[in-house]
Design a protein around this ligand. Structure first.
Ligand code: FE2
Length: 347
């Protein structure tokens, strides 16, 4: 918390003037620090810029001059107003310095009334600028929150379609939701940024959205699919991209949706991409998707035992799956999924 008393940095090489200014400021209820040349002033600014409210600065000083202090302050600490202290002879220069970023000027010998007036105006201007910055920041945060809420809502609406489709078939019910849940655990394990975690959550929730474009009979068909049926099912990633394309804010997630059935060795679909050609998020979703498919009941089989499902994931490392993702998945499984799934199964 800043003290109520405002802190003024007084910069002048003449001892008398510094002392008079300091005494006057104290009498007017200000706190002050003094510097006897520009170099010292810049040092104070660097060290105490967060508590200095206003600078009063002489122009003609040895070593580092007043104009250098003004230029430095205006560049690095633009919120701190600098009042120039100048003799009549330097008035032209004073005006030039105002153009350089100084707030105003005061002639020597100064009058107390004038000093107080200038300080008040400088402090008011500073307050206005701080208020403006705070207002802009608050506004930006509010806009960001509102946009995020809107995006969440749109994703919820879109994913509710896939949830509805899954709900028609008790064997796939909740699949996308679980894949999203596993993917977020994976994102954390793999050290993805918070933004990437949120993106992966969206992408995993929506990865099968293209199934909206596939007939229900085919999606829910018990038993093996013939070649034509399988080719139709294989169109769901591209159909998903078509569905999501109009939603601009999801544009960067489309590759994760489109390529979640690619294989690490290039034997997947739709394009036969391999290794790093497959987007990282798609490689993560691929493992989570397959694991959930194996551990959920299907019309033609019971859920596979966890041990066998995990063995399948291990066996797919380097062929179907990215080995790095498999390693992370095995850790996530051991730490989080296995204990949870075992406790859910327990009577
Ligand atoms: Fe899929």
């Amino acid at each position: 918390m800043r003290n109520d008393k405002k802190l003024i940095l007084v910069v002048d090489d003449e001892d008398d003037i510094r002392e008079i200014l300091a005494e006057t400021l104290a009498g007017l209820g200000f706190e002050y620090i003094t510097a006897s040349d520009g170099e010292e002033a810049i040092g104070y600014l660097d060290q105490h810029h967060d508590i200095i409210d206003v600078v009063i600065c002489d122009l003609k000083m040895p070593k580092v001059s007043g104009d250098e202090v003004i230029a430095y302050g205006a560049k690095n600490y633009p919120l701190i107003p600098i009042i120039i202290l100048t003799g009549f002879a330097q008035l032209d220069m004073a005006l030039d310095h105002i153009r350089l970023g100084a707030f105003d000027y005061m002639t020597k010998p100064f009058r107390v009334k004038e000093l107080l007036f200038l300080l008040k105006r400088a402090l008011e201007m500073r307050q206005l600028q701080e208020d403006k910055i705070n207002y802009q920041n608050t506004l930006e945060i509010k806009i960001e929150e509102a946009t995020q809420a809107l995006h969440d809502q749109v994703v919820q609406t879109v994913s509710s379609f896939i949830l509805a489709i899954e709900a028609k078939d008790r064997y796939t019910q909740g699949h996308s939701k679980r894949v999203a849940e596993y993917s977020v655990l994976m994102a954390k394990k793999l050290g993805l940024s918070e933004d990437d975690q949120a993106d992966l959550h969206y992408a995993a929730q929506l990865h099968d959205i293209g199934k909206i474009g596939i007939s229900e009979q085919l999606l829910n068909k018990p038993g093996r699919l013939n070649v034509v049926e399988y080719e139709t099912i294989k169109t769901h990633p591209s159909k998903g991209v078509k569905i999501l394309e109009p939603l601009d804010f999801l544009g960067h997630l489309l590759p994760a949706v489109e390529f979640h059935h690619e294989w690490y060795d290039g034997n997947g679909y739709p394009r036969g991409l391999a290794k790093e050609e497959i987007p990282f998020m798609a490689r993560i979703i691929a493992v989570c998707d397959t694991f959930d498919a194996m551990t959920s009941e299907r019309s033609y089989r019971k859920p596979l035992p966890l041990k066998i499902a995990i063995q399948e994931i291990k066996d797919g490392s380097g062929t179907q799956f990215d080995p790095q993702v498999v390693t992370a998945f095995l850790e996530v499984f051991k730490e989080t999924l296995e204990p949870k799934m075992i406790s859910q199964k327990a009577p």
